[in-house]
Design a binder for this molecule. Structure first.
Ligand SMILES: *Cc1c(COP(=O)(O)O)cnc(C)c1O
Length: 368
């Protein structure tokens, strides 16, 4: 099924299962207990740590766009934790990107290392060199956050599988409407739905998707036994947001292409990283495996002061640490210790009509 067909069907997914008189919109079910006389039965809700009809609905929607079974989690990190706990045991080695989302590295270093898992780091650009022997799990993030380097997913996932490891791809920056890691051979996809899928800066959620039944079972058991479950209202908010994900993502990516080109021509801006540029080091692989080039742009201004003045002086930029909202946001990543220039700004382009957005950016840049 094409992305377009999936996006179209998503608008009607709930209606497919409705009886006469049912509400068209998903009811919010706040429940810890369900009516459960006699013996428990598969498929019958029993207790709120295992079952909730809102989770079922949001998982069905995500499963349609991932084309794979999905389990939802209360944040992207809860989804990443579930993927790691589902696979790893003492004595295993894992490979993680040294320049990807930093909390994944912290989790591995602080908790998995003391359980006897050896954690090896490598920069994203070096993943193309192979060398996956001896790794039980390889964690890939592409485009990487915040540097926007990319990894050839089909090549890496095949090499990881041939070496006997499990590949986990963090697809947060692209969503399934921009990149489909499972179709490129990944075993597990993890994502922070706090970003574009939620999209309105009001909810944290995450999910794991996999076509491997044994891995799916481990992830499901992990959620049940660890108790890392999403609240029904958060799941409901994500379900509602998914109805507009494709149209928001489309506008954000189209805006980003225009904004990136104009930024590159602006005298106040140094280097611009955007996988959609023909000359970007990531472009060839990005064009091969991504259906869109995303809505994140990395731009380098003169120094920390210039970056702060731009972010805080622009009427159409919210200074935030997260991304993927309807409104454009920006942040100076060096403030978290990322290995980037002091004036490096990660810009998350929103759904604002592009010309007023550019005018606001241009005004702030020209004032530096
Ligand atoms: C934000 C983010 C996460 C973590 O997601 P939370 O919802 O904040 O837990 C993981 N990976 C990437 C690439 C992210 O950007």
């Amino acid at each position: 099924m094409s992305d377009e067909k999936r996006a179209a069907r998503l608008q009607h997914l709930r209606a497919e299962g409705l009886a006469k008189g049912d509400p068209l919109a998903l009811p919010l079910t706040m429940a810890s207990m369900f009516n459960l006389p006699g013996n428990p039965e598969p498929g019958v809700a029993g207790y709120g740590r295992m079952d909730n009809p809102v989770w079922d609905a949001v998982e069905e929607a995500l499963a349609l766009i991932e084309d794979a079974p999905v389990r939802v989690f209360p944040s992207g990190m809860a989804a990443i934790s579930a993927a790691l706990f589902a696979v790893l045991k003492a004595g295993d080695r894992i490979l993680v990107p040294s320049d990807g989302y930093y909390t994944t590295r912290l989790l591995a270093d602080r908790y998995f290392a003391k359980l006897g898992v050896e954690v090896v780091e490598r920069p994203t650009v070096a993943f193309s060199e192979g060398g996956y022997d001896g790794f039980a799990l390889v964690f890939l993030e592409t485009p990487s956050n915040p540097g926007l380097d990319v990894i050839d997913l089909a090549g890496a996932c095949a090499a990881i599988r041939a070496a006997g490891g499990v590949s986990v791809v963090d697809n947060t920056t692209m969503t399934p409407f921009g990149q489909r890691p499972l179709d490129l051979g990944a075993d597990l996809v993890v994502a922070s739905d706090t970003k574009a899928p939620g999209g309105h800066s009001d909810v944290l959620m995450g999910h794991v998707a996999t076509r491997d039944a044994a891995l799916l079972d481990e992830v499901t058991q992990w959620r049940k036994l660890s108790g890392a479950i999403p609240g029904p209202f958060e799941a409901w908010l994500l379900h509602r947001s998914l109805e507009t994900l494709e149209v928001r993502f489309d506008r954000m990516c189209a805006n980003a292409q225009v904004i990136a080109e104009r930024l590159a021509d602006h005298p106040a801006v140094g280097q611009v990283r955007f996988p959609g540029f023909a000359g970007d080091p990531a472009h060839a692989v990005a064009a091969k495996q991504m259906t869109r080039f995303g809505f994140l742009i990395g731009l380098t201004l003169k120094d920390e002061a210039a970056a702060e003045a731009f972010i805080n002086g622009c009427a159409m930029l919210a200074p935030t640490t997260s991304f993927g909202g309807t409104h454009s946001t920006a942040e100076r990543r060096a403030r978290w210790g990322d290995d980037v220039a002091p004036g490096f700004v990660r810009l998350s382009v929103g759904i604002e009509p592009v010309d007023p957005l550019w005018q606001a950016l241009d005004t702030a840049l020209s004032a530096l």
